[in-house]
Design a protein around this ligand. Structure first.
Ligand code: 13P
Length: 261
C-alpha cells in the first residue's frame, strides 16, 4: 500500500523572468489551500533568491534543476550543492534527460551529482528514462535499470534518501504521456531494484514525469508505485499546476481510505 505523502515538483526549465515568476507564484499560492502533498519548484539558478523570498513560510519548497558533481573550486559556470543550500534549496533534479542529452551527462556523472547533493543535505530527484528508439527496441527496462544501478552503486546505504523520477524521453514536452499501466510497470521495476538495494526502499518516492497535465494526472498518480509527479510545461500555468496538485490530493485520499465506510 502506498501511504507516503506524494511529491509534486515543478520543473520550470529555462523559462521565466522576474515579473512572470512573481505573477505565477502569487497565482499558485492564492489557489493552493491546504496541500496534502509535498510541493517543490525547480527554478533556474538566477531566480533561486527571488523564489526563496516569495515562498518563505509557505508550503512550496525550493528546488534546483542541476548541481555540480564537484564540491568547490575552478569549475567555471558550475553551482555547488553548498551554494544551493545557502539559498534554502531542499531538492535538486539530477540527470534530467535534457542534461544527459545536451550536456553529455553520463550515468557516472549523474551518480556523483546525487552523492554531492546528499552530502550537502539536499534530496536529489534522480531522473531516468528511455528514448523512443530504446522503447521500440524493447530496452526500456534495461536502460532505466542501468541508469539507477550507477546511482545505487555510488550511494550505497544513502539510497533511501533520494527521490526518483521516471521520465520517458518520448513523453517529455511531446503531449504523449505514458499510460498509467506503462508508467506503473516501469515504476515497479525501479521499486524492485531499490528493494534489492535497501530495506528502506518502500519510503523512496518515485515520481512520473512526461506531459503530465490536469487531464491525465489523476489516473497516473493513483498507481501503486507512483508517488508523485515531475511537471514541466503544465507547471508554468497556475490553473494547470493547481489541478495536478488537486489530483495528487485526490489520489492520497483514495490511498488512505478516507471517506470509505
Ligand atoms: P513536460 O511536462 O513539459 O513534458 O516536461 C516533463 C519534464 O521534463 C519535467 O522534468
Amino acid at each position: 500500500m502506498n501511504d507516503k505523502k506524494k511529491l509534486i515538483a515543478a520543473n520550470w526549465k529555462m523559462n521565466g523572468d522576474l515579473a512572470a515568476n512573481e505573477a505565477l507564484l502569487h497565482a499558485i499560492l492564492a489557489g493552493i489551500g491546504d496541500a496534502a502533498c509535498d510541493l517543490a519548484l525547480a527554478v533556474p539558478a538566477p531566480y533561486l533568491a527571488q523564489v526563496q523570498a516569495l515562498t518563505a513560510g509557505t508550503v512550496l519548497a525550493l528546488a534546483a534543476q542541476d548541481v555540480s558533481q564537484h564540491e568547490a573550486g575552478a569549475y567555471t559556470g558550475e553551482v555547488s550543492a553548498a551554494m544551493l543550500r545557502d539559498f534554502g534549496v531542499r531538492y535538486t533534479l539530477v540527470g534530467h534527460s535534457e542534461r544527459r542529452q545536451y550536456h553529455g551527462e553520463t550515468d557516472q556523472v549523474v551518480a556523483q551529482k546525487a552523492q554531492r547533493a546528499l552530502a550537502a543535505g539536499l534530496t536529489p530527484i534522480v531522473c531516468v528514462g528511455e528514448t523512443l528508439q530504446e522503447r521500440e527496441a524493447g530496452q526500456t527496462e534495461a536502460v532505466v535499470r542501468r541508469q539507477l544501478a550507477a546511482v545505487i552503486q555510488r550511494n550505497g546505504h544513502c539510497i533511501s534518501e533520494v527521490a526518483l523520477a521516471y521520465e520517458p524521453v518520448w513523453a517529455i514536452g511531446t503531449g504523449h504521456t505514458a499510460s498509467p499501466a506503462q508508467a506503473q510497470a516501469v515504476h515497479a521495476v525501479l521499486r524492485a531494484q531499490l528493494r534489492a538495494a535497501s530495506a528502506q526502499a518502500g519510503r523512496i518516492r518515485l515520481l512520473y514525469g512526461g506531459s503530465l497535465n490536469a487531464a491525465n494526472a489523476a489516473p497516473l498518480l493513483a498507481q501503486p508505485d507512483i508517488d508523485g509527479g515531475l511537471v514541466g510545461g503544465a507547471s508554468l500555468k497556475a490553473p494547470d499546476f493547481l489541478a495536478i496538485i488537486a489530483a495528487a490530493h485526490g489520489a492520497a485520499v483514495i490511498a488512505s481510505g478516507v471517506g470509505k465506510e
